[in-house]
Design a protein around this ligand. Structure first.
Ligand code: ATP
Length: 239
């Protein structure tokens, strides 16, 4: 018996008024696969990720998680999803620990204090756990956002520009962390403009342009230079 893909996107459209953000996306992501989305500003990457994360409703088309259409019980879908997006979804006046405790409670995490300590170690914030988030640097907020997204050990990680605000050391740290998560069997869908990090560990890379999926390839099939050339060809040509 073949298992259905973990994420299955069929003929997905999203219109914002007259603006067509997604124009018929078909995409499958297998369990344990890491797929990176590239595309210029406005290509539709965030919209696609937000629809899969159940934050935005599509105008037309279907998303299935493990074969189940994303309609109705979004709470159940959200249990399987960790989202790192442009917004941190953190409360600045609460401490890092209080924020994580809140999300642990929302997701009904068992042994939350142990989980919070382990995650704080993992994201390098153990020493700042009891400081309010408003006193954090941008990079520290991003680290805590990642911990927040991982609190319920989601099967699927949806990452929209997760390298934003991170210094060179933290960029390398995040790539190592995501590599570990991928080896542990998590499924990753990441949008980024960072070609080096985006291609470093992914299994497959996709180019979105003007709301359409215009190119996809396994990582091994193309070198970073070839990828850059393909990207330029698709993105700079009129679609
Ligand atoms: P970037 O690389 O700049 O983050 P993106 O590929 O993530 O871009 P989206 O943010 O998905 O692109 O935007 C796709 C299109 O949808 C753009 O034309 C954008 O202006 C439009 N759009 C996105 N969100 C909204 C919204 N809430 N209301 C109106 N238009 C929107």
């Amino acid at each position: 018996m073949t298992l259905p893909p973990l994420i299955e996107v069929e003929d997905l459209h999203k219109n914002y008024g007259l603006r067509r953000a997604l124009r018929g996306i078909h995409m499958r992501v297998a369990q344990g696969e890491w797929v990176t989305l590239f595309g210029p500003n406005g290509a539709g990457k965030t919209t696609l990720i937000h629809i899969i994360a159940t934050l935005v409703r599509p105008s037309r088309g279907t998303v299935r998680l493990q074969g189940h259409p994303l309609t109705g019980d979004w709470t159940e879908a959200r249990r399987h999803i960790g989202l790192v997006s442009h917004r941190s979804f953190l409360y600045p006046d609460l401490t890092a620990a209080e924020n994580l405790r809140l999300y642990a409670h929302l997701y009904d995490v068992s042994s939350p204090e142990a989980r919070i300590r382990a995650l704080a170690e993992r994201v390098g914030l153990a020493k700042r756990l009891h400081d309010p988030v408003r006193t954090f640097s941008r990079g520290m907020v991003q680290r805590l956002t990642i911990a927040r997204a991982l609190i319920h050990d989601p099967q699927i990680l949806l990452l929209d520009e997760p390298y934003t605000g991170l210094d060179a050391g933290a960029v390398a740290w995040l790539t190592r962390l995501l590599g570990q998560m991928a080896r542990e069997g998590h499924t990753i869908l990441m949008a980024t403009h960072n070609v080096e990090q985006g291609l470093a560990l992914c299994d497959r890379a996709i180019i979105l342009h003007r709301g359409r999926l215009v190119f996809e390839s396994s990582r091994q099939a193309l070198s970073p230079d070839e990828w850059q050339a393909v990207y330029r060809a698709y993105v700079e040509e009129p679609a």
